[in-house]
Design a protein around this ligand. Structure first.
Ligand SMILES: [Zn+2]
Length: 103
């Protein structure tokens, strides 16, 4: 299995440098929620749309959606509200939303 390391795609040096779609999505989500959307809680479809606008166009909505699913499962430093009204689309029905509360 040693040969596989020499066959990696160009520019990839080691396991540590490989970022998955999930890593990028998580980073963009944190950036959004700690930045312009601080104190607001957003639902998954809104976050998917916003995140996709910040990512390379080569990522499909399906990929971003899948990654967003993972972020909702393990939001890390972000707060997950299992039942909230999204600040952007303001759906009538409370849905799971992610956000960073104001101090
Ligand atoms: Zn929404």
């Amino acid at each position: 299995m040693t040969i596989s390391s020499t066959l990696r795609p160009r520019g990839v040096l080691s396991e540590e440098t490989i970022y998955t779609v999930g890593d990028f999505v998580q980073r963009v989500v944190v950036g959004l929620l700690e930045g312009g959307y601080r104190g607001k809680f957003l639902c998954s479809p809104c976050l998917i749309k916003l995140t996709r606008d910040h990512l390379d166009k080569s990522y499909s909505l399906v990929e971003v959606g899948w990654a967003m699913n993972e972020v909702f499962k393990g939001p890390g430093a972000i707060t997950l509200l299992p039942s909230a009204v999204c600040a952007l689309c303001a759906r009538k029905k409370p849905v799971p939303c992610l956000g960073v509360p104001l101090p």
